[in-house]
Design a protein around this ligand. Structure first.
Ligand SMILES: [Zn+2]
Length: 304
């Protein structure tokens, strides 16, 4: 009798293990985000109730990135696709638009009221997509991501709200930290020079003038005239340091340093800034909070 029960249980076990499909569906909402910044917002809100993936890793330039076959398969399996929009992912817009006809595809930066967006220096009648560099604007985006998650997964809406409330508090203290640290730089030295115009929102929010060598997008190349202009600004304002970006070639910034030297002005490279991509996932700089804090410290320590 006992032996028969044992055999029966064994048989049931075999049947069940055979019927499990190759890819187990956990029933969790599948979210795919394009940039690391968006992925980080998504996992802070979604916690263990979602499965999230990022398309672009550290050091990847979103202006130039094209979707791979692997990305397309991730997009196809997703319940929710989150991207920045305002042409940040310029080479993926067509793919994302097409997917938007079949599933929820959300261009988060486009949810920010137009009067809070800054104009693009490159394109007429367009806006600057680098909205994550003002923590206040980013907080609006975090709230919008929460809304879209809660709409798809109403059963966990309260859970997402609770996580969002906690995260917004952390963003708030990050915003205060940035504001108070920037004040350490003498007022006439508050000029941030970088390889491309990623920091306009940062400048707007934290009171620092921003000059990029390459414009809003990295697609267009920089010219000798741009370099000469930046050199003039550095010399006439006696700027001590300029910055390289982790997702943009150092070539342009090195040309500026050399150009200043030839004119008898020493300017040094103040360090690497995370602009359009964050650090390695799993490190502090691989999170939005850590990346932002690191940038602020790098800027202030070099310019103060
Ligand atoms: Zn950019």
């Amino acid at each position: 009798m006992i032996r028969n029960i044992f055999l029966l249980l064994l048989l049931i076990g075999i049947i069940f293990s055979c019927s499990v499909p190759e890819e187990t569906d956990t029933g969790k909402v599948k979210v795919v985000a394009t940039t690391g910044m968006l992925y980080d917002a998504v996992i802070n809100i979604g916690g263990d109730k979602i499965e999230a993936e990022a398309i672009m890793g550290p050091g990847v330039d979103p202006h130039l990135y094209k979707a791979t076959q692997g990305d397309l398969s991730k997009f196809n399996k997703a319940d929710l696709i989150i991207y920045n929009g305002i042409l940040l992912e310029g080479k993926m817009s067509e793919v994302l638009e097409k997917l938007g006809r079949q599933k929820t595809v959300f261009a988060v930066a486009e949810s920010i009221p137009e009067e809070m967006l800054l104009p693009s220096a490159d394109y007429k009648d367009a806006f600057d997509p680098h909205v994550w560099f003002d923590v206040k604007r980013w907080s609006l985006i975090v709230k919008e991501i929460k809304k879209s998650l809660a709409a798809i997964d109403t059963a966990n809406a309260n859970y997402y709200q609770k996580n969002t409330n906690i995260y917004l508090k952390e963003l708030d203290s990050l915003d205060s930290f940035a504001k108070s640290r920037i004040l350490e730089i003498p007022e006439n030295s508050r000029i941030l020079i970088t390889a491309h115009d990623a920091f306009s929102y940062f400048g707007d929010a934290y009171g620092i003038q921003v000059k990029g060598l390459q414009g809003i997008s990295t697609v267009a190349d920089f010219g000798l005239k741009d370099i000469a202009n930046i050199i003039d600004i550095i010399i006439s304002n006696n700027i001590k340091a300029i910055f390289v970006e982790t997702s943009v070639s150092e070539k342009s910034i090195n040309a500026v340093v050399t150009g200043c030297k030839e004119k008898g002005h020493e300017v040094r490279i103040g360090g690497y800034l995370y602009s359009d991509a964050m650090g390695e996932f799993g490190t502090l700089e691989g999170t939005y909070l850590g990346m932002f804090r690191k940038n602020v410290n790098t800027i202030v320590d070099a310019l103060k």
